[in-house]
Design a protein around this ligand. Structure first.
Ligand code: MEV
Length: 439
């Protein structure tokens, strides 16, 4: 029987591995071997990875791929993508190449505002709270001077501190709703430090405020934390071309393709079941660049899906139109990204990814990420409304199936040729593989 363990984090790496493999796996020796195969032979590099988190036992690999030919605001990028799903990089590359000859992607930053909140309980007269807040506002700013000096020097800092009365939603609940400019940093540490300082000032000054009753003086701070919902940290990416230039496929007329693409987007706008999958396809592109560049994909995911629901129902993140013979396809998306700080200075592959992107600013990275998401959605929709998704997917999936079967390079080559003219299904691949083996 497995019993709980005390002090797991204090064990050495080797001891942790012994404990986990002996208690939770059938063949401890084999599991240990698998875990160790993924250790880096460079001990310094391995130590760096070990120390990213607690209780590290191995490294978890994802492929890092490149989608070249992304023309964004007339600059050519090769986009690094870290992802396991077989068809994603191919789809992004295909869409990038398609738009390369049609003017590329045009992107615009619509805002860079980050948000954080001090959530607190105040039992008393909200008018008095308002006067108190106005009187301590300069102190809230000056008390955090030490934290904000270097950010201010670079042109960022605290943009605004507002008192928000949320008592209609929850009794006695108020917030300091604060906005920040964090430039090339994602800014989580900066924002959280400022917020925690605001909370200290708020509590301290309330105790001294003579207009407050004793109850009112006791402001109860529940928590101080940044918000990953950043509806004013937005980038727009778009592509457009004449409708007659949209098609490369003789099986469908350009005008028909344009209309089907618009219909597909319209369905995702009104039908949440479809919108979720539609947006998932966009996230295939977005998450993989976010991961490759060492950004926080959970924060980005949470913020984007909240934004997709901003009008009360979950809806498409992309939009499409046909006007005066022009097909236009675009995305507005919230992205709080960093190109300095965090993993960006630590992870050697993240540094390489950022170098490949020509060391972008956070704003430039927002534009690259948005364009990749848009490209991914375009590729998915074009397949969905023409051939169907499985044709492309299964071709890419073929290699995964062959790897699972243990095919050699020669066998993979022969079977890839065979499936150029045959439909890929799991059972067809297994049969073809077995036939080849028995030949
Ligand atoms: C698969 O990872 C993504 C798609 O399902 C996206 C979509 O349906 O739009 C192909």
């Amino acid at each position: 029987m497995i019993t709980p363990i005390q002090g797991f984090s204090k064990l050495t790496k080797e001891e942790k591995i012994n404990w986990i493999t002996e208690n939770y796996t059938k063949n401890s020796a084999h599991t240990k071997e698998v875990l160790k195969v993924y250790w880096n032979s460079d001990t310094k590099l391995q130590k760096l990875h070990d120390e990213f988190i607690e209780n590290t036992i191995s490294n978890y690999y994802l492929p890092l791929g490149i989608a070249p030919n992304f023309l964004i605001n007339n600059k050519l990028y090769a986009v690094p993508m870290a992802i396991e799903e077989s068809s994603v990089v191919a789809a992004a590359s295909k869409a990038a190449k398609f738009w390369l000859s049609r003017g590329g992607f045009k992107t615009t930053i619509l805002g860079t505002e980050k948000v954080g909140q001090v959530h607190f309980i105040f039992k008393g007269d909200s008018k008095k709270l308002e006067s108190f807040f106005n009187s301590i506002k300069p102190l809230l700013i000056s008390d955090s001077n030490e934290l904000t000096t270097s950010m201010k020097k670079r042109g960022g800092g605290i943009s605004k501190i507002e008192l928000r009365n949320k008592t209609a939603d929850l009794a006695n609940y108020y917030q300091l709703h604060c906005t920040f400019e964090t430039l090339d940093a994602m800014g989580a540490n900066f924002i959280n430090s400022c917020l925690e300082q605001f909370a200290i000032t708020l509590k301290r000054e309330a105790l001294l405020y003579s207009d407050f009753s004793n109850t009112e003086k006791n402001i109860e701070v529940v928590m101080s934390i940044l918000s990953n919902y950043v509806p004013n940290c937005i980038v727009r990416a778009e592509v457009s071309c004449k409708v007659e230039e949209l098609n490369e496929d003789a099986n469908i007329k350009s005008s028909q393709l344009a209309e089907k693409l618009v219909q597909a987007v319209t369905i995702a706008k009104v039908e949440p079941y479809r919108a979720v999958t539609h947006n998932k396809g966009i996230m295939n592109g977005i998450d993989s660049v976010i991961l490759a560049t060492g950004n926080d994909f959970r924060a980005i995911e949470a913020g984007i899906h909240a934004y997709a629901s901003r009008n009360g129902a979950y809806s498409s993140l992309t939009d499409a139109s046909i006007e005066n013979g022009i097909f236009r396809f675009w995305i507005d998306i919230p992205l709080a990204l960093g190109t300095v700080g965090g993993l960006t200075n630590l992870h050697p592959l993240v540094k390489v990814a950022l170098e490949i992107l020509q060391k972008p600013s956070a704003k430039e990275l927002m534009q690259i990420v948005a364009a990749t998401g848009l490209a991914q959605n375009f590729a998915a929709l074009r397949s969905l409304v023409t051939t169907g998704i499985q044709e492309g997917h299964m071709k890419m999936h073929l290699l995964n199936i062959l790897n699972q079967l243990g095919a050699t390079d020669k066998e993979k080559q022969l079977l890839t040729t065979h499936f150029k003219t045959n439909t890929v299904t799991h059972s067809a691949v297994v049969t073809a593989y077995n036939n080849l083996k028995n030949d």
